[in-house]
Design a protein around this ligand. Structure first.
Ligand SMILES: Nc1ncnc2c1ncn2[C@@H]1O[C@H](COP(=O)(O)OP(=O)(O)OP(=O)(O)O)[C@@H](O)[C@H]1O
Ligand SMILES: [Mg+2]
Length: 364
C-alpha cells in the first residue's frame, strides 16, 4: 500500500460527519490539530463538558469515517471537555504537535529491564515538571506491576464523569491515572497483546486529562512486542531511558534505545539511577558501580546523558511511604537533580516542536 493519507483527505472525510446540531464538525470548528503518523490519525473534538455524552456517537462516526479512507492505518479521536468551548475551538490555542487532546507532550519513561527504578524516576520527574511550573499528568501503564497507587499512597478509586470519562486522581498537584486504581491488588491479571494496547489507549482517551503541558507515561519494563506496540500507539514526543550503571554497559539499555528507534520516537536521554552510594550516616559517597561510565556509554551511543541519581535511602523511603522525594523535600539535592533533568527534557520537547512546525498565527 503506497497511498499516503493527507490532512486534506481527513478534513474532506470529516466534512461528512455531523454534530448533534446538524452542522458538520469541520465547519463547527471543534477540531484540534490533526496529527498523522504513519497513516494513523489523531485529533480531538473540543466539546462543552455537559454535551460530552451526545458527542460520543459523533466521535465514533469520525473514527469510522477516517478508518474507511485508503491509506488510513487507524484513527484515534478523543473528546476533550472544555467548559468554556462553545464551538469556537479555533479561537483558543489548539493543541499542536503529537499530543492528544489537551495534552501538549507525552513522554515515556522506559527501561530495558525491570527493577532499575523506572517508576521512581517517572514519578519524581513528573513532580519535578510540576515544581518547574508545568501542568502535569502521570499515567502508570505498567499493567504487569502498577506502582503509582503505592508511590503516591492513593487508595481511592477514580470517579466517572458522565458515562465514559474517568476523572484522574489529583495528588501533590499531579493528575494521576493507573491501571492499579481499577483492579484489585490481589487479583491476578492475565493480559494479552491486544488487551494491553487497548488498556493504554483507553487510559489516554477516556481519562479527563484536561489541558496539560506534559504527560509522563511509566511503561512496562522490557522491550517486547507489548512495549513496542505501546510506543507506537501513543503519539510520544520522546522517551527517557532509565538505567543503572552496570546494565548500561551491558545490552539492556541498548535494547530500549533500539526499540524507540524502530518506531521513530526520539530518545531524549538516559537517566542513570543508583549511580553511586550515598551513606545515610556520614553522607560519604562511594562510586560502587564505577560511576561516570554511564555518561561515557551514553555519549558512545549518541544519546544525551541527562543526569545521575544516587542509591540513596531517602529516595527509597520517601517512595515507599507514598511521598516521593521531590514532593517531600523539594529543596534536597536529589530533588534538584530531578528538576534539572525535567528542565532539560522540557527544553528538548518544546524546542523540537518549534523546529518541527511553524508557529500558528490565529487571527480573531
Ligand atoms: N535511587 C534510588 N535509591 C534508592 N532506592 C531506589 C532508587 N531508585 C529506586 N529505588 C528503589 O528500588 C526499588 C525499585 O524501584 P522502582 O519500583 O522504581 O523500579 P522499576 O524499574 O519501576 O521496577 P519494576 O520493573 O518492578 O516496575 C523500589 O523499592 C525503589 O524505592
Ligand atoms: Mg515500576
Amino acid at each position: 500500500m503506497t497511498e499516503t493519507l493527507t490532512k486534506d483527505d481527513v478534513l474532506k472525510a470529516l466534512k461528512n460527519v455531523k454534530a448533534p446540531n446538524g452542522q458538520d464538525i469541520v465547519t463547527l470548528g471543534i477540531l484540534s490539530e490533526i496529527v498523522i503518523n504513519k497513516g494513523k490519525v489523531y485529533f480531538a473534538l473540543t466539546v462543552p463538558q455537559r454535551e460530552a455524552k451526545s458527542y460520543e456517537p459523533v466521535r465514533k462516526a469520525a473514527e469510522a469515517a477516517i478508518k474507511s479512507l485508503p491509506g488510513a492505518a487507524g484513527a484515534m479521536v478523543t473528546l476533550t471537555a472544555d467548559a468554556k468551548a462553545q464551538g469556537a475551538a479555533s479561537a483558543h490555542q489548539a493543541p499542536s504537535g503529537r499530543g492528544i487532546g489537551g495534552i501538549k507532550h507525552i513522554i515515556a519513561v522506559a527501561s530495558g529491564k525491570g527493577g532499575v527504578g523506572k517508576s521512581t524516576t517517572a514519578v519524581n520527574l513528573a513532580l519535578a515538571f510540576k515544581e518547574n511550573g508545568l501542568r502535569v499528568g502521570i499515567l502508570d501503564a505498567d499493567i504487569y506491576g502498577p506502582s503509582l497507587p503505592r508511590l503516591l499512597a492513593i487508595r481511592n478509586k477514580p470517579e466517572l464523569i458522565g458515562d465514559n470519562l474517568l476523572a484522574p486522581i489529583e495528588k501533590y498537584g499531579l493528575k494521576v491515572m493507573s491501571i492499579g486504581f481499577l483492579v484489585e491488588e490481589e487479583t491476578p491479571m492475565i493480559w494479552r497483546g491486544p488487551m494491553v494496547i487497548s488498556a493504554l489507549t483507553q487510559m489516554l482517551k477516556d481519562v479527563a486529562w484536561g489541558d496539560s503541558d506534559i504527560l509522563v507515561v511509566d511503561l512496562p519494563p522490557g522491550t517486547g512486542d507489548a512495549q513496542l506496540t505501546m510506543a507506537q500507539q501513543v503519539p510520544l514526543s520522546g522517551a527517557v531511558i532509565v538505567s543503572t550503571p552496570q546494565d548500561l554497559a551491558l545490552i539492556d539499555a541498548r535494547k530500549g534505545l533500539n526499540m524507540f528507534k524502530r518506531v521513530n520516537v526520539p530518545v531524549l536521554g538516559i537517566v542513570e539511577n543508583m549511580s553511586y552510594f550515598l551513606c545515610p550516616k556520614c553522607g560519604h559517597r562511594s562510586d560502587i558501580f564505577s560511576h561516570g561510565g554511564a555518561r561515557h556509554e551514553a555519549e558512545r551511543l549518541g544519546v544525551p546523558f541527562l543526569g545521575a541519581l544516587p542509591l540513596d535511602m531517602a529516595i527509597r523511603e520517601t517512595s515507599d511511604s507514598g511521598h516521593p522525594i521531590v514532593a517531600a523535600d523539594p529543596s534536597s539535592m536529589n530533588a534538584k537533580v530531578y528538576k534539572t533533568i525535567a528542565d532539560t527534557l522540557w527544553q528538548r520537547v518544546s524546542n523540537k516542536e518549534a523546529t518541527r512546525q511553524a508557529p500558528k498565527i490565529i487571527m480573531e
